[in-house]
Ligand binder design. Structure first.
Ligand code: KIV
Length: 300
């Protein structure tokens, strides 16, 4: 029998997202990139797990998300789907896996489901990607949109900046959200947009909005696992709330281990294997009889 809490919790689907949104009950999502953190997130009862292309930055140490490949994303997505059985699993289409060609976009989206056990995919972009979203949805693959700060376009946006701060920019984001809903997205991530604009967009569409740096007025929230757990190296954006200091805990644990090794305090008897006295005596007897035997020349 499974010792995991909530083992009977039903699998979350895109319909669960729709129903929760209609009931006005916020959705909680996190990113994850490997088996143990996916298992922890699933056990903690999150509604969705995004295998985000933030993988490039928080796990692979890259300065941005542009370099991560489809194969790397699939490698991590497979580990996540082994760890999580209840949350809706979303694979993030990486840079250049969907922008150049619609057929390639459908194939790459399909790989997340066929090869990595994901339930849905996410892509960055609004009106400009409506026909790509339609093509993927037509193939039976649920799509989550992502507008506002879209890190794959950070160079075009002039950096990692809050979006929608002027009236025309705000209107463009509303238009993007409506276009994505119309194209068939099951939800939309709103990243780094002013709180009242995010609440307004949420009221303008009937699908759930998932905010990150978008204030409390969205239908749900998502945070990057390494940010909330205190594992991120370097700068964290203003919207990040740290719920733990796992980075500090890890450093302290490794430091304690190093100190105990240096002091010969680890391993102690509790962490060592024993051998029966008679076997030890027999072994020593063999040793005294001249073991190990000389190895014949041809076997050397
Ligand atoms: O890659 C990612 O982690 C994301 C979230 C910030 C939504 O896209």
């Amino acid at each position: 029998m499974s010792a995991r809490p909530e083992a009977e919790r039903p699998k979350t689907t895109v319909l669960t997202f729709r129903d929760r949104h209609r009931e006005g009950r916020p959705l909680a999502l996190v990113t994850a990139y490997d088996f143990p953190t996916a298992r922890a997130a699933d056990d903690a009862g999150v509604d969705g797990i995004l295998v985000g292309d933030s993988l490039a930055m928080v796990v692979l140490g890259q300065p941005n998300t542009l370099s991560v490949t489809m194969d790397e994303m699939l490698h991590h997505a497979r580990a996540v789907s082994r760890g999580a059985s209840k949350a809706l699993l979303i694979g993030d289409l990486p840079f250049l896996s969907y922008q150049a060609d619609e057929a390639e976009a459908v194939r790459n989206a399909g790989r997340f489901l066929a090869e990595a056990g994901m339930d849905a995919v996410k892509l960055e972009g609004g009106k400009a990607f409506v026909s790509t979203v339609r093509a993927i949805v037509r193939a039976g693959i649920p799509v989550q949109g992502h507008i506002g700060l879209t890190p794959q376009r950070a160079n075009a946006l002039g950096g990692f900046r809050v979006q929608g701060k002027t009236a025309p920019e705000a209107q463009a984001l509303v238009d993007d959200a409506r276009a994505l809903e119309e194209a068939g997205c099951f939800s939309i991530v709103l990243e780094a947009v002013p709180d009242r604009l995010a609440a307004h967009i949420t009221a303008q569409v009937s699908i759930p909005t998932i905010g990150i740096g978008a204030g409390p007025g969205t239908s749900g929230q998502i945070l990057v696992m390494h940010d909330l757990a205190g594992l991120t190296v370097g700068h964290s954006p203003k919207f990040v709330k740290r719920y733990a200091d796992l980075g500090g805990d890890l450093r302290r644990a490794i430091g304690a281990y190093r100190a105990e090794v240096e002091a010969r305090a680890f391993p102690d008897a509790e962490h060592s294997y024993t051998m029966a006295d008679e076997e030890w005596a027999a072994f020593r007897g063999l040793a005294d009889e001249g073991w190990p035997r000389p190895v014949p020349a041809r076997a050397r």
